[in-house]
Design a protein around this ligand. Structure first.
Ligand code: 5GP
Ligand code: ZN
Length: 119
């Protein structure tokens, strides 16, 4: 069924606590935790607790949950004081774009200058 936890999914295991993570925020529907390989002073991943393989499938199935993820991304940036200087929210989608974990997640990056276009 759509949104069900997947036994082999790393981020589903972070949701259940089977894989440890440095959690910075949690709501009824989302978890935000620090990326294990940070690319900026602030690098936090915001995920829905429900499993969807990417942002588009999440938004199509549960638009309210997709909005929860976006709202939490903004809240993380505010918590980290990255909202004043600017920050980036990224959803890598597909292996060709660098997606390696197929559980929808927003990268929240900030705390340094961010170039455009990204590589
Ligand atoms: P993607 O490449 O799919 O857009 O992003 C996956 C992110 O998950 C990467 O930035 C990677 O560093 C991070 N990541 C991979 N494994 C773990 C883990 O076990 N714990 C945490 N906190 N982050 C992870
Ligand atoms: Zn998952």
């Amino acid at each position: 069924m759509a949104g069900e936890a997947q036994p082999d999914c790393l981020f589903c295991k972070i949701v259940t606590g089977d894989v440890p993570a440095t959690i910075v925020r949690e709501t009824e529907t989302t978890v935000a935790f620090r990326d294990i390989n940070p690319q900026a002073p602030t690098h936090v991943l915001v995920i829905p607790k429900a499993h969807y393989p990417d942002a588009a499938s999440l938004a199509a199935a549960e638009p309210t949950l997709a909005a929860d993820v976006l709202r939490e991304a903004g809240a993380v940036a505010a918590d980290e004081k990255a909202d004043g200087t600017g920050y980036r929210v990224v959803f890598n989608t597909g292996a060709g774009a660098g997606q390696t974990v197929f559980h929808a997640h927003a990268h929240v990056l900030g705390g340094r200058g961010l170039e455009w276009p990204p590589g």
